[in-house]
Design a protein around this ligand. Structure first.
Ligand SMILES: [Zn+2]
Length: 363
């Protein structure tokens, strides 16, 4: 049982929330809540590569370590995200994730499945991905999906054969996202018509909006209902974030966090690449941004810092990504939903985190 200002789908309630593994009741009781903390739904991060010096591509129990680290920052559910790599390396990572997905290790965020980011991308838009790109085939995706459940798959739709594959992937229940793409606006539009559901780190790793050549970013702004964006205020400038939020109703934040998250400045692995953390940024040796060191509580503070009210900031980090995945019992504080919550002080720093009712040690 907790007292405070509770964010429900119908707005703020000053009162008491009772829960076991699931939320039992939320009742109004302004006296008990007076001066109490903010209680928000836990964050849901659909694009996470690592944290605490560990990368999902290491396989084995890397996913558990990453999920424990992010839980301390209020993330209560996530997708383990793989990098572009040789097929054997991806299979190794997925075998490791499968165990973490099947049974949530104590103290960790719920691993809901896999975000396969590559290898089905355009070699002209690698970003921080290594050049081990492949053309997607239904056979290969089926084999990977059998190893660990793929919930989100990023591909470049302009690569020959990919457009025809989108309806088949969608029929498997996979959310196809367009990203690491040099495709045109028309390529993007055709992919959405074929059943693509979203866009991967909007603006980064895709053809930009030009007014005579609207590109993949222009397609997202014109047509997307959902898209992910990295709100570390380094990958995307605040003005572009604001423009995207006006255009894309359910734009949601992801961290794209790497092993460097929660670690001191220095050198880390990102898949098969070496990356360097310096002053909060993670870059390849050549200087291009390579994922982030962001956590979801910082993403919340960043959204608020650029002018979002707390309710909208929370929606963009919890409810929208939950809805996008079809996880309607997460991402909201309502009776019957999983007791995934983050309790915040007046500076939006986590005071407590609960994953399915389990109190996480955040010290
Ligand atoms: Zn990524």
């Amino acid at each position: 049982m907790l007292h405070g200002r509770i964010l429900t789908p119908d707005g703020w309630i000053a009162g008491t929330i009772r829960f076991g593994e699931r939320i039992e009741t939320i009742s109004e009781d302004s006296a008990a809540a007076a001066g109490g903390p903010c209680i928000l739904p836990g964050f849901i991060d659909l694009h996470v590569h690592g944290a605490g010096g560990v990368d999902i591509m290491q396989g084995d129990d890397a996913g558990a370590t990453v999920a424990r680290h992010h839980a301390r920052h209020g993330t209560t559910a996530m997708l383990g995200t793989t990098m572009t790599a040789r097929e054997s390396a991806i299979r190794h990572a997925l075998r490791g994730l499968a165990g973490t997905i099947a049974a949530r290790p104590p103290g960790s965020a719920r691993m809901l499945g896999v975000h396969l980011e590559g290898p089905f991308i355009n070699p002209a838009r690698l970003g921080a991905q290594p050049p081990d790109v492949m053309t997607a085939s239904l056979e290969l995706v089926r084999a990977l999906h059998a190893t660990a459940p793929i919930r989100v798959l990023t591909l470049a739709p302009e690569i020959e054969g990919h457009l025809a594959l989108i309806p088949q992937l969608a029929a498997m229940g996979i959310l196809v996202q367009l990203g690491h793409s040099a495709g045109t606006y028309e390529d993007g539009y055709a992919a959405l018509e074929a059943g693509a559901a979203g866009f991967t780190h909007l603006f980064n790793g895709m053809s930009a909006l030009h007014h005579r050549e609207p590109g993949m970013a222009g397609c997202a702004l014109a047509h997307a209902e959902y898209a992910e964006v990295i709100p570390d205020l380094q990958h995307v400038a605040p003005g572009a974030l604001r423009a995207a939020m006006r255009a894309i109703p359910r734009l949601y934040g992801v961290t794209d966090a790497t092993a460097a998250t929660g670690m001191p400045d220095g050198e880390y692995a990102l898949g098969s690449q070496r990356v360097f953390k310096c002053r909060g940024c993670v870059r390849l040796a050549g200087g291009s941004l390579a994922g982030s060191a962001l956590t979801m509580d910082q993403a919340l503070r960043n959204f608020v810092a650029i002018g979002l009210d707390l309710r909208e900031a929370s929606d963009r980090l919890s409810r929208y990504p939950a809805d996008y995945l079809g996880e309607y019992e997460r991402g909201r504080l309502a009776p019957g939903a999983w007791a995934d919550l983050v309790v915040l002080d007046d500076y939006l720093q986590p005071l407590a985190v609960f994953v399915e009712g389990e109190a996480i040690d955040i010290s």
